[in-house]
Design a protein around this ligand. Sequence first.
Ligand SMILES: [Ca+2]
Length: 81
Amino acid sequence: MAVKAAHLEKYILGDADMNGSVDASDILVISNYYIGNTPEINETAADVTKDGLIDSQDITGIQQIYLNSSNNINRQRIRRK
Ligand SMILES: [Ca+2]
């Protein structure tokens, strides 16, 4: 597992695009990376499973982090008529 020193600085796990929060843009950027494009990502933050690889499990992991955080903030009850 090659981790560059710059990647050992402070980061939020899942914040692949380093904009300070885990949101839909991180899912987009890691998906892009996974299919072979080369967006600027923080590989350490993107590797949420911490196995040294960026793969589909990390995409799922970031989705989980994002969905959990948005559930906590925006949780609303749906009213049925
Ligand atoms: Ca982000």
